[in-house]
Write a protein that binds this ligand. Structure first.
Ligand code: FES
Length: 81
């Protein structure tokens, strides 16, 4: 098997090793949440709950998720200035 054939698997493994689970109930990784928030201009945790299955069960992740929403807003502001 060529190295290029293995690249997607290596990339997925590397991503899984670097990432941390933010929302255990929904199996959401921090890297995936950041990617989602960068692609979708979410302004509040309520908006995120309506649009995606994140922080909608036990809500123990609410503080971390709100922090990610805040940092995504800052990234958007910095990208716009
Ligand atoms: S950990 Fe996110 S809803 Fe339970």
């Amino acid at each position: 098997m060529a190295l290029l054939d293995l690249m997607p698997s290596i990339w997925i493994l590397g991503k899984a090793l670097m990432a941390e689970v933010v929302c255990v109930c929904n199996g959401i990784l921090d890297l995936d949440l950041r990617e989602y928030l960068d692609a979708h201009p979410i302004h509040s945790i309520e908006e995120l709950r309506e649009q995606a299955s994140i922080c909608n069960k036990c809500m123990q992740c609410q503080e971390i998720v709100e922090s990610e929403i805040y940092h995504a807003k800052i990234r958007r502001q910095n990208a716009g200035s």
